[in-house]
Design a protein around this ligand. Structure first.
Ligand SMILES: *Cc1c(COP(=O)(O)O)cnc(C)c1O
Length: 494
């Protein structure tokens, strides 16, 4: 299997090359040139396996240049008890008649750990496989969850270094503490005066500085990114769709072959795209329900076929979904168009220059048969958290609550009784202030006070990695102006 570009099918890369390169040189995203399919019997063979074994099995179908042994080793290290609290990376919980797939028991309490515990292992192995002699330096601009998950994933991984920039006034107290106390010998963290856009613009400028890249090259480094368009981040996410299906079969809630729905809180479209790929590979999925907050560009797209980013941007209580350009949608369009690279390139050009495109009636029809969608605003998100906690005793974070709220509206509107898995993407403690308010509490105070307050109100313990921040030493308190970010990277690498 090779990897081709969504904007140029003549591109052909191995798995290792695709992972190292991240993005295709034509600006397109890299996708497999063919998808493996699994018969029901083969899905059944995954059921008795552990999560790391299921992961190695699925991932090996896409990475022919990695040995099964290698993948098992990676998955055991990434998803074992040393990384995931309770030793289960993707536990499925029944609450009333709904199932929650909790993907946030990893080191940073958000679902990005599932991908970012794996990507660094792929990357470091890909250096060897491609004969790359330079080491890789990962640059990240983060608005919160990605930066910390990338730091934890890359810490002390051989032949990698990572520098994370976050906006000084743009992340939560808990997120700031998580990054300032980061451990590892190959990591650096720096805050930037300004907002997320300033940090991101600074990182993009470093990437496009050819003189700097040449000097890095001479020093034995090249730059790469850890953002969610890398195939190495998407692939690990396909696994938990299969895994939760197996868990439902194992507990005899469904018969093998029975269809289920997934409802996914969506931002960059990476998570739900992995669900679409699972369905394409043969997993019996009826509907993929795409849940948005007030930045509901995807809801409008699925309903009308027009993607229009020319709209007001809202800062919401589910910040990891505050996105107007969902990059991974490009991979879906490529697939639904039957691999029409020219058509996709045209849509993406239109999005870039005009801010809008409309897909063909054929693509729209497929989109609507595969996906349902909905939007939940901040007041409704809080109401949902409060209601589910009072009625069922289950505490959700704001992103998960958006998904649950959308699912509630979906089943009321359609009467669909298909068993449904709501994908739960963060610990409620990571967004403690909004969750406390949803429970009617007082959210004044800093990071630790909020964690304590939510433990009391919610009657549950905070995840150990968040609680243990208290005893950690501050290692990174540097602040830089946005035009001095290059100097920070240079100083770190010499
Ligand atoms: C990143 C993130 C999302 C959105 O996932 P996408 O793959 O970008 O659609 C949802 N919830 C949380 C908590 C996240 O960190």
């Amino acid at each position: 299997m090779n990897y081709i570009s969504t904007r140029d099918k003549s591109v052909s890369l191995t798995g290792a090359q695709a992972i190292l390169q991240g993005l295709s040189r034509d600006g397109g995203l890299l996708v497999p040139d063919a998808f493996p399919t699994l018969e029901l019997e083969e899905i059944g063979q995954l059921a008795p396996l552990t999560y790391p074994q299921r992961a190695a099995q699925i991932m090996s179908l896409f990475l022919e240049d990695f040995s099964k042994n290698e993948l098992i080793k990676f998955a055991q290290a990434a998803y074992g008890p040393a990384k995931f609290d309770g030793g289960d990376a993707a536990p499925l919980l029944q609450v009333g008649d709904t199932f929650f797939l909790e993907l946030w028991h990893g080191p940073t309490s958000a679902f990005k750990d599932i991908a970012l515990q794996m990507l660094p292992r792929f990357l470091s192995a890909s250096l060897e496989k491609t004969g790359e002699t330079r080491d890789v330096c990962i640059l990240v601009a983060t608005s919160g969850d990605t930066g910390k998950a990338a730091l934890e994933g890359f810490r002390d991984v051989p032949r990698t270094k990572i520098v994370v920039f976050y906006p000084r006034d743009g992340v939560s107290d808990v997120q700031k503490l998580q990054m300032m106390t980061q451990e590892g010998g190959n990591v650096a963290v720096c805050s930037v005066v300004g907002n997320f856009d300033d940090a991101q613009t600074g990182v993009k400028q470093i990437f496009s500085d050819t003189a700097f890249r040449d000097s890095l090259d001479a020093g034995g480094y090249f730059l790469s990114s850890a953002n969610s368009i890398n195939w190495g981040r998407l692939l690990p996410q396909i696994v938990y769709y299969f895994s939760s299906y197996c868990d439902l079969v194992n507990s005899e809630i469904i018969e093998p072959g029975e269809e289920i729905n997934f409802c996914v809180p969506t931002g960059n479209f990476g998570n739900i795209l992995a669900g679409y790929y699972a369905k394409k590979m043969g997993l019996p999925i009826k509907k993929l329900i795409c849940a948005s907050n007030s930045n509901n560009v995807l809801t409008d797209f699925i309903r009308t076929g027009t993607y229009d980013r020319r709209r007001e941007f809202f800062t919401t209580t589910s910040p990891s979904m505050d996105i107007l350009v969902s990059s991974n949608l490009e991979r879906l369009l490529f697939d639904l168009s039957g691999g029409d690279d020219k058509l996709v390139a045209g849509y993406m050009n239109a999005l870039n220059t005009d801010g809008v495109y409309t897909v063909s009636p054929e693509i729209l029809a497929q989109l609507q048969s595969l996906f349902d969608c909905g939007m939940i605003n901040d007041p409704l998100t809080k109401q949902t958290i409060g209601r589910v906690f009072r009625e069922q005793g289950y505490l959700m974070d704001t992103h998960t609550a958006v998904a649950y709220g959308v699912y509630d509206e979906y089943r009321a509107a359609t009467g669909d009784k298909t068993p449904t898995v709501v994908v739960s993407t963060a610990s409620p403690f990571k967004f403690a202030d909004a969750v406390i308010e949803a429970l009617g509490g007082n959210a004044d105070g800093g990071g630790f006070e909020l964690i304590d307050a939510l433990e009391t109100l919610g009657g549950v313990s905070a995840p150990v990695p968040l609680k243990s921040l208290r005893g950690k030493q501050i290692r990174f308190d540097a602040v830089t102006d946005k035009d001095k970010m290059l100097g920070v990277v240079r100083e770190f690498l010499v």
